[in-house]
Write a protein that binds this ligand. Structure first.
Ligand code: ATP
Ligand code: BTN
Length: 244
């Protein structure tokens, strides 16, 4: 079946739209919106989604290998988008473990993977991406951290339709490759795009703060942190990485 593209002017959340349609649309199908009334980030946080000035899209994907294989998904999708943006002329596009794109130490885009599917079964996943294009300060009073938009990173802003099409194509290509080679096939590439490679960082885990030097990722997609105890891998959704 050919993947479908749903263009919706206004929606609560493109991730929710796709989650509500799991099983009804072919793998690779996409929902793209102009405006989200309830755009969301990880752990119930808000994703600011003003009208017309950003890109909000979600793709449905099925992994026959099950939920265990879904761990690395936000990482490889982030890489796919970073590569696409660089190809379209954006400079200095980086990835931040586990789910963000950065430009000059500021958040440019976020990725949210949500799933339905029990262990052992195929994993049904919705991969959402919010990418800031021309968002202004007045749009963003509520963003509690430094952020950037694509206009800052490009001398010539790509056409919005072309951008969306290239991102969708890049994600699809990368996800198919991920099914073949797994996370291990992306480690070298990750290093080339890693915003924090060899830099001091801190990991926030609840009220715990762990400091060290970021040393990239391991073949499972865990963040490698060099600490006084040696190299420690960190994996899991409850960790936030910050400049140290
Ligand atoms: P983590 O490192 O855990 O991912 P995070 O602060 O990036 O932490 P997320 O849940 O991934 O948190 O993303 C949501 C956060 O992103 C919000 O709390 C807000 O600070 C920020 N944010 C919301 N909308 C935007 C936007 N359009 N552009 C950039 N940043 C945004
Ligand atoms: C994050 O950094 O926490 C991830 C943010 C993900 C935002 C995108 S916008 C399209 C899709 N729909 C949502 O409600 N969230 C994702």
């Amino acid at each position: 079946d050919c993947p479908s593209l749903s263009l919706v002017p206004v929606i609560d959340s493109t991730n929710q739209y796709m989650l509500d349609r799991i099983g009804q649309l072919p793998k690779g199908s996409v929902c793209l919106a102009e405006y989200q009334q309830a755009g969301r980030g990880r752990r119930g946080r808000q994703w600011l989604s003003p009208f017309g000035s950003n890109l909000y899209l979600s793709m449905y994907w099925r992994l026959d290998a099950g939920v265990a294989a879904a761990m690395g998904l936000s990482l490889v999708v982030g890489l796919a988008i970073a590569k696409t943006l660089r190809k379209l002329g954006a400079n200095d596009i980086k990835v931040k473990w586990p789910n963000d794109l950065y430009f000059q130490d500021k958040k440019l885009a976020g990725i949210l993977v949500e799933m339905s599917g029990k262990a052992g079964d195929a994993a049904h996943l919705v991969i959402g991406m919010g990418l800031n294009l021309t968002m202004t300060n007045t749009d963003s009073e509520t963003v509690g951290q430094p952020w950037a938009n694509l206009a800052e990173a490009c001398e010539m802003m790509p056409d919005r339709n072309q951008l969306a099409a290239a991102i969708i194509a890049g994600m699809t290509e990368t996800l198919l490759r991920y099914e073949e080679v797994g996370m291990a096939g992306f480690v070298d590439e990750w290093d080339q795009y890693d915003n924090f490679l060899d830099r001091p960082v801190k990991l926030l885990m609840g009220d715990k703060v762990i400091r060290g030097i970021a040393r990239g990722i391991n073949p499972q997609g865990a963040l490698l942190l060099e600490t006084e105890q040696g190299m420690v891998p960190y994996l899991g959704g409850e960790i936030s990485l910050r400049q140290g």
